[in-house]
Design a protein around this ligand. Sequence first.
Ligand code: SAM
Length: 260
Amino acid sequence: MRFVVTTSYKPTKEVVSSARGLAEELGVKYVSRSRLKEFESEHSLDFYYVFDKNGQLTIRNRETVFFFHPGMSKVRFKNMRIQDSDYLIKSMDLSGSETVLDTTFGLGNEALLIAHYLPEGKVIGLEASEHIYRIVSHGLRNYPYADEWLIEASKRIELHNRDLRDFVKGCEDNAYDIVYCDPMFDSPQMRSHSINPLRPFAMYERINRSDVDEMIRISSKRFIIKSRTRDSLFEELNLEFDRLWGSKKSGVLYGVIDKE
Ligand SMILES: C[S@@+](CC[C@H](N)C(=O)[O-])C[C@H]1O[C@@H](n2cnc3c(N)ncnc32)[C@H](O)[C@@H]1O
């Protein structure tokens, strides 16, 4: 994909310097915002990274803006508070000191929720897409969170730009208390506006049974995998779940394999 790094209009020196630094790291050109239109008309760009004055990082093109936001974690946090209900949190059955490996981090909305319930633990996240990793790792650290619980939860998350399929092979047996996997669905849930801008950058390659066997091997308490009711993933993997959590209404299922 062809892309460059720029800033918002009238950037400070610090913002220009951060944008130049990112361009260098990514091995692409830094283009000043005042020259961007001209540059775009000469080189057909797929998108550009924008560092803005408030320290936020986004990816933009004519159609879309992709940025980090904790949206769904806030909704689910509220549901937990009011109704004590969230299928993922319930299926994890956390004591609060676990280390959870979230192998498909995405926007990290579920990771933030999980991290809230780990006052003595942490979440290690893996994200294979370099662009999602860049936006989300920057966002996790720099987002202007209005809620104290999100500030604290974000500090308990460590994110790596790794493909889970390679990563798990290098891990020892029982290395993480809980391993969680939420791959992209076959049939996208277009209603999920929070995930839509992430789609063009996401990794869609299917995980297979041997990837899952590795994830089970490196979890000491449990392995959890998410799928939609109408996806064929669970059939393909042919796993024997100890529990299946979810609702017909949401069409989302969490398959749980207990190791203890
Ligand atoms: C459905 S999203 C995860 C959403 C996430 N649970 C959240 O709450 O925001 C799936 C993410 O996993 C990433 N992914 C897919 N396959 C992967 C792999 N093999 N290794 C690491 N990340 C992967 C995709 O790029 C995408 O960002």
